[in-house]
Design a protein around this ligand. Structure first.
Ligand code: CDP
Ligand code: CDP
Length: 223
């Protein structure tokens, strides 16, 4: 009996480009483990802030990273990061975390800590009998899984993205985060060579998901 291949879908893009919404829908449609790597950077940032560690104090950051134990809890189809056995709550979406996350995410030691952890999510997906995983972030198709079966890069006009984020409530300077994410030296936000680039400015979410699904189905049907 033929076994269906394990697939990896990488989705990158700036804030409010539609990564999380489209990833969740693909996860449901194709039974993929959904991995929101932004939530990982947010959880690490919340932990650093809780410990009083500042983003410009590399010595304190390194020492904190040595003591942070990472695990994964699968809730539904979603991979949640555990820090010392606990899963962070709504505080990872707070104004304070919004303001600091891109500063911590620019630090090479933080990214190194998360590199192997993110790749291990493929094992978590295999053990959980998922058909594959859909991982979203800023450097998934470029650094974490450059050999992913499908690599998408979502983008949209800054004004449209600001409108989307504002309509969700909360306070977030997404233009400033995008600037920091795109200009950092380690793993900057950029469309990876060979990725499918989708401008979502004038597309509805179902239209974006349809474009992605058609490409995934076409390849799956061909194997
Ligand atoms: O939801 P939104 O797109 O606004 O942000 P997020 O995906 O939750 O990511 C929060 C922050 O984490 C980003 O602004 C980046 O600084 C960082 N991040 C990253 O550097 N690399 C990733 N793969 C994912 C997130
Ligand atoms: O994960 P990311 O920050 O890239 O974006 P998201 O959380 O998926 O989307 C941000 C908001 O924009 C959500 O409320 C989506 O429903 C909305 N959205 C939209 O209106 N049209 C799209 N084509 C994509 C997202």
């Amino acid at each position: 009996m033929a076994t269906s291949p394990f697939i990896i879908v990488a989705i990158d893009g700036g804030a409010a480009s539609g990564k999380s919404s489209s990833s969740r829908t693909l996860s449901d449609r194709f039974n993929l483990l959904h991995v929101d790597t932004g939530s990982f950077y947010r959880a690490i940032t919340a932990e650093m802030l809780r410990r009083g560690v500042k983003a410009d104090d590399l010595v304190a950051i390194k020492s904190a990273l040595e003591t942070i134990q990472l695990g994964t809890r699968v809730e539904g189809r979603s991979a949640q990061m555990e820090i010392s056995g606990g899963v962070a709550g709504d505080e990872i979406r707070s104004r304070e975390v919004n303001d600091h996350v891109s500063h911590f995410a620019a630090i090479p030691e933080v990214r190194t800590k998360l590199l192997a952890y993110q790749r291990r999510q493929a094992e978590v997906a295999r053990q959980g009998d998922f058909r594959g995983l859909v991982m979203e972030g800023r450097d998934i198709g470029s650094v974490i899984f450059p050999q992913a079966d499908f690599r998408f890069f979502l983008h949209a006009d800054p004004a449209e993205r600001a409108r989307r984020r504002a309509s969700e409530g909360g306070q977030d300077s997404i233009a400033e985060r995008d600037r920091l994410d795109s200009s950092r030296k380690t793993s900057p936000l950029a469309c990876p060579a060979g990725a499918v680039s989708i401008d979502t400015t004038h597309l509805t979410l179902p239209e974006v998901v349809e474009t992605m699904s058609r490409l995934i189905e076409a390849r799956l049907n061909a194997t």
